[in-house]
Design a protein around this ligand. Structure first.
Ligand SMILES: [Ca+2]
Ligand SMILES: [Ca+2]
Length: 267
């Protein structure tokens, strides 16, 4: 699209510089580019293969490599590994906003526990597996312990609404939505699909971001989340075909970051 736009800009410039002057040419080119974006981009956005919401357990997350050697969930719950590992560029709260979530595209964290380098990628969880914290990162749940799992989803809502989220977790789960912590429960829920504390949340029209952190000490290790049966109109990313940041509307240009987002506008 860019190549085509530049080409037409050159052609039209040549024509209009001679005929009507540069100002008019630029104005027409701007209109052309705007129309081209509307025509070419809108179908792409609508065609995304979103994860279903409603009361489906969410299978795909934008996940950080496991933080290891945490000393267990009692310790890890009090540590912001995202902030410490990034020198404050992101944090537990900030990655539940579009700005912070966007920055994960460019950030490798250095774990404050052992210096390991941690990156973000699409993570698939087996929603029936009581060791899905481990298995989602290719580790053996029977042996792994003292790790912390971090995952982000985007939730695109057609309206402002109050609804209920249903988290399952082993062990200590903390959840942030749109920059605010909404959940803090140190007690494992008793099964990969067992929920003890359904929690009312607010979603706003458009994009919402949710960050799920779970600290594991030993034994079973799992995370899971679903919304309400009435929430089937919510759209969840990562999409079923593993797109996360590129389905979101772009942030204001901030140096390199802007190139990591789709260079398109939804409307
Ligand atoms: Ca456990
Ligand atoms: Ca375990």
């Amino acid at each position: 699209m860019l190549w085509e736009a530049r080409f037409l800009l050159k052609v039209q410039n040549l024509v209009y510089i001679f005929e009507e002057g540069e100002f008019i040419a630029m104005k027409k080119v701007a209109i052309f580019i705007t129309l081209a974006c509307v025509v070419m981009i809108s179908p792409t956005v609508l065609a995304q293969d979103w994860q279903p919401a409603g009361d489906n357990w969410i299978e795909k997350w934008w996940g950080l490599d496991l933080v290891t050697e945490t000393g267990g969930f009692t310790t890890s719950a009090g540590v912001d590994y995202l902030s410490e590992g990034s020198g404050g560029v992101i944090s537990n709260a900030s990655v539940s906003t579009r700005d912070g979530a966007g920055k994960t595209a460019n950030i490798i964290l250095k774990s404050p526990t052992n210096g390991a380098l941690l990156g973000w990628s699409i993570v698939n969880i087996n929603v029936t597996d009581q060791f899905n914290i481990s298995s989602s990162h290719g580790a053996d749940g029977n042996v792994i312990r003292d790790v912390t799992w971090h995952g982000i989803i985007a939730i695109i809502s057609p309206d402002d609404r109050t609804t209920t989220m249903h988290p399952a977790h082993d062990d200590h789960a903390q959840i942030w939505i749109n920059g605010e912590q909404v959940y803090d429960n140190s007690v494992w829920t008793g099964g990969a699909q067992s929920v003890t504390t359904p929690t009312e949340i607010q979603l706003k029209k458009g994009e919402n971001f949710l960050h799920f952190k779970c600290g594991e000490s030993g034994g079973a290790d799992y995370v899971n989340l679903h919304f309400e049966p009435t929430d089937t109109d919510l759209l969840i990313a990562p999409t079923k075909d593993n797109i996360f940041l590129n389905v979101l509307t772009p942030v204001e240009p901030k140096g390199k970051l802007a190139t990591q987002w789709a260079d398109i506008k939804r409307q």
